[in-house]
Design a protein. Structure first.
Length: 144
């Protein structure tokens, strides 16, 4: 049985991290952790810059790559911190690294199929309005 912590906000995830560790302890489950990058969100921001004429196609591509590289670097820092906290609480941990997908909702439903007990999602307030139906075992924790 697995408890998943899906970090979709690199700047605020403490509540969700604590909840994920606690759930894994209570259920005597492994805590599986993933950092989720919604590549559609990045594409939307970059696309708007191109459509309004701020950047041409070559700078847009470079900016997109730079933004993704920055998020990947943040992901590594976040995952290291989660690893330290889980180790302090003696929780068995499985780091899944970075997942880049266009839809958080679809990814969460995929996790349900993997012997999952609970899914804790750390996400920004801006994403809350865009989230549709979540699996019943998923809890979205809005972090500021």
């Amino acid at each position: 049985m697995n408890t998943w912590l899906v970090v979709a906000n690199p700047y605020a995830y403490d509540k969700a991290m604590g909840k994920g560790i606690s759930e894994a302890q209570q259920n005597q489950a492994k805590l599986r952790v993933v950092f989720f990058i919604n590549n559609n969100s990045i594409n939307d921001v970059i696309g708007e810059l191109g459509q309004t004429g701020w950047l041409g196609s070559n700078p847009l591509h470079k900016l997109q790559n730079s933004m993704l590289d920055g998020y990947r670097a943040l992901a590594n820092d976040v995952l290291k911190r989660v690893k330290r906290k889980a180790k302090e609480k003696e929780v068995e941990l499985d780091i899944q690294e970075v997942i880049e997908r266009p839809s958080l909702e679809e990814y969460l439903f995929e996790l349900v199929e993997q012997d999952t007990v609970k899914i804790i999602v750390a996400g920004p307030q801006l994403l809350t309005a865009k989230i549709g139906n979540l699996p019943s075992i998923a809890e979205y924790i809005e972090e500021d």
